[in-house]
Design a protein around this ligand. Structure first.
Ligand SMILES: Nc1ncnc2c1ncn2[C@@H]1O[C@H](COP(=O)(O)OP(=O)(O)O)[C@@H](O)[C@H]1O
Ligand SMILES: [Mg+2]
Length: 271
């Protein structure tokens, strides 16, 4: 079976790209898929920390791209992530490597990075590659979108993140990308129903971004704590990621399936 490459994107930072990349990857793996999660945020790499394997990083994607190790050697396997089927290709810590076409030890080319990701996926036999990207538009985000079958653009109610989503979708569409989907993160059903201030509703968000919806992740303070190593992921967040993962796998899953607190009020969200 062909490996499916999913890029998680938004030109804005702090919207939940890394959160979604990890959450969706975990659920794909729990569904029995072999998943290579790749951190391509050369500005603010974080997935090794979020996945709790920062002390397992020996080589990164940049070492593989520059030939200092094989692609496979830059992969942290599932025996270290602790989730069967989930491997991680980490990225060097924030800003230590510059993206350029000049090949030297402090820089790396976006083309070589994309090749290293593809090689690693082939070597470990990954069914899915999930690529987390950084903010902004740069050669790495372009190279990631070039190899992605599906791009998931993450946005929240926030007008700044919506503008970023709109711009990201427009740029990818101009490049001719055929499968761009939206994930609304940090969604607050109650506030949406009460429409506090200029807060956008779900339909407004979809309208603005011009991308079909791949899923909604509710705002969940415990998710933030979980990322800081406190507690467990909540059943609600887990379900939201699982719903998105199942849709990526081609299943028809109702929007708020299993998220009963929102599901029972869903008609009000669309008014
Ligand atoms: N649904 C959510 N509910 C609450 N906090 C969230 C949610 N999604 C992300 N966060 C928090 O928002 C912050 C930014 O998320 P992150 O995934 O790092 O964004 P990005 O990768 O786009 O920069 C993190 O502290 C994260 O824990
Ligand atoms: Mg991030």
């Amino acid at each position: 079976m062909k490996t499916k490459v999913i890029m998680i994107a938004s030109s804005k930072g702090g919207v939940g790209k890394s959160t979604a990349a990890l959450g969706i990857s975990v659920q794909l793996a729990l569904a029995g898929e072999s998943v290579l999660l790749c951190d391509l945020d050369f500005g603010n790499a974080c997935l090794d920390i979020l996945a709790g394997v920062e002390d397992r990083v020996i080589y990164t994607v940049s070492d593989a791209a520059n030939g200092r190790c094989t692609a496979k050697e830059a992969v942290i396997t599932d025996s270290d992530t602790g989730i069967a089927g989930l491997s991680l290709m980490p990225c060097p810590a924030g800003g230590t490597v510059i993206i350029s076409d000049k090949e030297d030890s402090d820089s790396v080319s976006a083309g070589n990075v994309a090749d290293a990701v593809k090689k690693a996926a082939a070597e470990i036999g990954a069914g899915y590659v999930v690529i987390d990207t950084g903010a902004g538009v740069n050669p790495i985000t372009d190279a990631a979108s070039d190899i992605a079958d599906t791009v998931i653009v993450v946005a929240s109610h926030n007008p700044i993140s919506l503008r970023a989503a709109e711009g990201t979708v427009a740029r990818l569409s101009e490049k001719g990308h055929g499968d761009i989907r939206l994930v609304v993160n940090s969604f607050e059903a109650e506030a949406t129903i009460k429409r506090k201030g200029p807060r956008k509703g779900l339909l407004d968000i979809i309208d603005m971004s011009k991308a079909p919806l791949a899923g909604v992740i509710p705002y969940d303070y415990s998710l933030m704590l979980y990322h800081e190593g406190v507690g467990k992921i909540s059943a609600t967040s887990e379900r939201a990621f699982r719903n998105i993962a199942y849709r990526i796998m081609g299943n028809d899953v109702p929007l708020f399936e299993g998220i009963n607190s929102i599901r029972k009020r869903r008609k009000k969200l669309y008014q």
